[in-house]
Design a protein around this ligand. Sequence first.
Ligand code: DX5
Ligand code: ZN
Length: 279
Amino acid sequence: MIRRYQAEGYPRAVTVPAAASGAANLTGGEPGTTPGATRTGTAAASRLGTMAVQMAPSILSADFARLADEAAAVAGVADWLHVDVMDYHFVPNLTIGRPVVESLLKHTELPLDCHLMISEPDRWAAGYAEAGARNVTVHAEALQAPVRTLRQIRAAGARAGLAVNPATPVEPYEDLLPEFDMLLLMTIEPGFGGQSFLDVVLPKLRRARALVQRHGASVWLQVDGGVDDETIERCAQAGADVFVAGTAVYGADNPAAAVEALRRHAEHATAGATWPQRS
Ligand code: DX5
Ligand code: ZN
């Protein structure tokens, strides 16, 4: 059984199998280190030699009136908490902003992964880093001065992410690879959780992985949208190493177990992956 979160007009049937839970005590990677390097326990050791999968549950599908509790529900198993900031301009939805990020930071040890779906990222992005977000991701489609803004995010102490919508190519940003720590490939049109995964993005994901590998760049590849037990393996096989999941986590009866199940699927799919880890 699942708790459903379904945006109007964006139906998707989701099934999340119940899975056994086991605490892994994961804390997520620090800036400038290998993803997952700060994890403890046997699970981390077993991942040596493979990709370091990062799991980022999205609170977009959580209960906004109980965000501290919802963060706590995945604190032992997630690497980051994904926070979707929407302004009703860049996307047709309105969510939360910096005040909520600041409040949430007082109630969770999880690093916050802020995904800004806003029309003026150049103006607002650094503020999220100053507030304490670990990652701040801005959309290529909305940026006026990508290099300046990505550098401002880093200068303010966060990792910089560049996001691209499904129809936006990654090749124009090849020269900017040294300027960001993560490339977010939207696997839905941004704005709402609960949409169906877009397989059409997978060839771009493979090209992005090849591009990162060719440059020997330290860049995570994050997928966001429609990631669930069924689609996560395709993402991992295509080259993703950071996985956002909203409905598949907070729509489940046991969000922590859902994160663990998703991680197992991703790790299974990437066992033996040859591309280098981010360092
Ligand atoms: C949508 C957001 C996603 C959203 C994904 O624009 O960027 O992070 O939470 O939700 P699911 O996992 O339900 O597709
Ligand atoms: Zn997102």
